[in-house]
Design a protein around this ligand. Structure first.
Ligand code: CO
Length: 142
């Protein structure tokens, strides 16, 4: 693939997601210790998580806690009982173009490879961390 065919896919850092075993404690840390603007917990049953948003000037932190029996982050918490950084989310202008370009380079898309509507009502995909420097990456079309 030549340079003319390689678009710069990456926009802003949309959020950094952190799994928290105790959502209240993590919220209190950001609100009371760091002094940040922190949302109320938002249950997202269709995504199997409860989310707290921490506003930063240039991005967001999403504190995640499992919700329900089939939470996608339950296994993460089993392996990492203290929680920790779970994924980074980058904004992309065109998610289909991003999928095409990444697939051309052998980067695998998790699940069925098709965008799903994410926690912010926008199309998202997750990339296989074995193909992305051991980092779980979410792409969100904006
Ligand atoms: Co995310």
């Amino acid at each position: 693939m030549n340079d003319a065919m390689r678009a710069n896919l990456l926009g802003k850092l949309q959020h950094v997601a952190i799994v928290a075993p105790d959502l209240t404690a993590a919220s209190d840390l950001y609100r009371n210790v760091f002094g940040a603007n922190v949302s109320a917990p938002l249950p997202l049953p269709e995504h199997g998580v409860t989310t707290v948003f921490v506003e930063l000037p240039n991005t967001k932190i999403e504190l995640l806690h499992p919700l329900g029996k089939h939470s996608p982050i339950a296994k993460f918490l089993e392996k990492n009982p203290a929680g920790g950084i779970h994924h980074l989310c980058y904004e992309v202008a065109d998610i289909e173009q991003a999928i095409q370009q990444l697939s051309n380079h052998g980067v695998r898309i998790l699940g069925d490879g098709k965008p799903k509507i994410g926690a912010h009502g926008k199309p998202v995909v997750f990339l296989h961390p074995k193909d992305t420097a051991a980092t779980l990456i979410e792409l969100e079309q904006v």
